[in-house]
Design a binder for this molecule. Structure first.
Ligand code: HEM
Length: 187
């Protein structure tokens, strides 16, 4: 059994620290609609509608100069003003995974400007990326992307999604679900 501090569970059920406001299926199969989301570390099997697992991993694409810019601008999760969030699980198609690393980087940044676009939304949007492909147990998505922001920045987050979804990178995405959440007061 893998027990790792890099493993996280995004648990959908009728309880949890985040209340689900909206579940939108962008492409591919939907996820069962739940009322709450909880994020829990470690190897667990909670009683729930679904438990999506992902690992924080090393970076694949970012260059040193991009990393310097990101580190200067980005803020951590858990800010007291970040009462809104989004879990966006994503799967990329076999054509993407058949590419080489340099071909993927070309699409990700040189053609799609993923980082260039994302940087414009820092520090308003805090983010964390989890990888799912290399886990022992088969996962329905390749990535679990998690974002936190204030109510005032919810519109900016919509603009960010629109810009990324219009990019060539998104043509390789065959399953995407957007789960928008609000932090529960008692937590
Ligand atoms: C808040 C602004 C954002 C910034 C600054 C940002 C930045 C980045 C960076 C630097 C990476 C590459 C990490 C690496 O080197 O491996 C990355 C990967 C990724 N991001 Fe974003 N991102 C942002 C928003 C988003 C949004 C809104 C989504 C989803 C709707 C998203 C989905 C992804 C995915 C799926 C990957 C993994 C791509 C792959 O490995 O094929 N990002 N992001």
């Amino acid at each position: 059994m893998i027990i790792s501090d890099r493993l996280f569970n995004f648990v959908g059920s009728n309880q949890g620290s985040w209340k689900v406001l909206e579940t939108k299926t962008i492409i591919g199969a939907s996820l069962e609609v739940v009322t709450h989301l909880e994020i829990l570390p470690g190897m667990i099997e909670p009683n729930c509608q679904w438990n999506l697992k992902g690992m924080v991993s090393n970076e694949r694409y970012v260059t040193r100069s991009e990393k310097v810019e990101l580190v200067v601008k980005q803020e951590a999760l858990g800010r007291p003003t970040s009462l809104y969030g989004a879990l966006i699980p994503i799967r990329k198609n076999p054509a993407w995974w058949a590419l080489t690393q340099d071909e993927r980087r070309q699409i990700f940044e040189e053609s799609s400007n993923h980082i260039r676009i994302g940087l414009k939304f820092l520090p308003a949007i805090a983010r964390k990326l989890h990888h799912c492909r290399d886990l022992e147990e088969h996962q329905p998505f390749d990535f679990l992307t998690w974002f936190e922001f204030s109510k005032a920045d919810s519109g900016a987050f919509d603009d960010l999604l629109a810009a990324l979804r219009a990019s060539p990178e998104w043509k390789f995405i065959d399953r995407e679900v957007e789960i928008r959440v609000e932090k529960m007061e008692k937590y």
